[in-house]
Design a protein around this ligand. Sequence first.
Ligand code: BGC
Length: 755
Amino acid sequence: MNKIDTLIEQMTLEEKAALCIGASAWTTVEVERLGIPSIWVSDGPHGLRKVENETDITQKSMPATCFPTASCQASTWNTALITKMGDALAEEAHALNVDVVLGPGANIKRTPLCGRNFEYYSEDPVLSGEMAASLIEGLQGKGVGASLKHFVANNQEYQRFSISAEVDERTLREIYLRSFEIAVKKAKPWTVMCAYNKLNGDYCSEHHELLVEILKEEWGFEGFVVSDWGAVHDRVKALKGGVDLEMPGPQPLRLKALIQAVETGECDVKVLDETVRRLLKIIFKSQEVSGNETFDPDVHHKLAREIAREGIVLLKNDGLLPLNDQKRIAVIGHSAKVPYYQGGGSSHINPIKLDNPLDELQKLVGGAELAFAQGYTDQDMLNQGLIDEAVKVAEDAEVALLFIALPSSKESEGYDRPDLDLTQQQINLIQEVAKVQAKTVVILNSGSAITMQPWLDKVSAVMQAWMMGQAGAGAIADVLLGRVNPSGKLAESFPLALEDTPAHINYPGEAGKVRYGEGLFVGYRYYESKNMPVQFPFGYGLSYTNFEYSNPEVAEKFDDIDGLAVSVDVTNTGKVAGKEIVQVYVHDHQATLTRPHKELKGFAKVDLAPGETKTVTIPLGFRAFAFFHPEHHTWITEDGDFDILIGASSQDIRHVLTTTMTSTLRLPSLLDRESTIKEWLLDPRGAAVITPLFDQIQAQFAETMGGGEEGIGLDVLVMIGDMPLASVMMWNQSAFPKPVDQIVDEMLQLVHKQG
Ligand code: BGC
């Protein structure tokens, strides 16, 4: 018998139940007599928020490196770099005695309004899943657990504790579960955190299908499920539903209820044992590796700067950037001095050190003179005096750098943004500065998309710098001055207006429910399928150099299980070194169900010296071509042609190659009494059975409707094609020897007998 089984045998019911509820806000229960240690979990996800006192939720945390938040990380599209960040987080966790970091967040950015978007990666499940997996691999590779959160459909902060996300099965599978599925299967997180909200009527913390059937059984997740803090409403229901650890603890009444439920047989002890087994496995795993007790904060600061550099997205540049030896530079904006580098809520880090853009610029501009004006405050208030001062400073300079950050009260865990705009003061400031200074650069800090309509065409350059962590200020200076060539690309679409966003008419929901009415059409899947313009598309970002794509290659034919390798040569045709993010989208020519016009299925980031060419190969597996069929309840493929779109963004597609896939699946026929004639004919097994009868039906129609020898008219053919078989036969019941329902049932039996 292994160690864990032996321990389970030795534990009393009370000890087992106690293990399933935290000992404090951040720790699990220790069972001293059996040598079961307590473990410590801490937020997450872009740095450690470890408090000294485990019973305190609100206390200021110990200093730790504040890395760029997820929106910035995702814009790097650099999985190796994010793994490096995971390594660094693990080192800090070892130093602070943290066993599990509460992150990353793999929720999809359904609407740019979500107050917590800065903690999430992308509107696309492949990019989100790959990023989350990379961070987990880094952390866990060094013996520190991750807690992948918030499972699932926690895509808004409005009523997050209670709202029911109403999501159809296919959308759930292809979009909202998919990012988690990729991360769970690839990186095997030690823990998964269930969300506060309900999913289709049931709390995620009590959702057996979600936590047990899908996560644990289907995906093979072997770690434990922890509740989000306070997400459990009934410990017994949550245990049966799949929550292994309730946090925070202690919860004496719930502990009592759990013990009683096992004693009375309301809850099978096997369920409790299975939970204890999962918990013990991770508890002991966390003791296997003891890392160093120290780390080098300067090395981590540098890494934070490197990530921020790669995550910054250059959105517009009329040639002004990189700056070129200007001697008088106006630096305008509150966030130039008080950096906006992280969001509010449970992810708030107490940074070891904090750079600000003004000082970092000063370090890099040599003898140039920087003149500062505040421009606006951290409040959403109009103040013409501040604008007038800024205009004066801008007028006297050769270039104006406008640092614009949303007020910190606008973006946080716990509530959503009211709109996608900057404040009126900021909009006025940009417009008035741009009037007097033709060379104006706007540097934006926000965790998600913002709209730029009134001012975008009035400025020379725009840079999206996200919430860029404690060292982000230096990264901005590096990019402005050309020390670094920008290489970030958007992990979310920037729409022209809030009203354009796919979730708009279904957000934030009412009467306790939010209907995901846009279905699969989230982010670019919506804009592309509707052929709608956006401000900046998914996958977009400028560089100081240019990249050419040539020699694209894919096989002409392939089988779904073998997948397909896509390759293309990328050349840096400019004068400076740079990195390019190559994206591969897939377009299905024809499918039995509606599919988004194009979907990202693979990507790679390459580093190229001037003039250099590299061949990039991106593998596409079964899932790149499959879709989730709600009637088959599984992922299916269908024979047919696919376009492989190789691009520099979702809209900048450089090559389109067509290839033919053969499905190796033999799916059961879906024909039933309601199936139309067209459906019968499209199903190969159905067609074989129905063809003689269909000939007879056509002849009957031709006769009764007067088509005579010319046969049945096309209009009639189309009309009956869309009718259920029995309904068509019913029109002429007397022509058949048996009741038509019986004939159809017999034919269905023949079809289904073939499997
Ligand atoms: C948040 C989680 C966080 C937890 C612990 C919750 O309110 O939703 O993301 O990990 O608190 O601080």
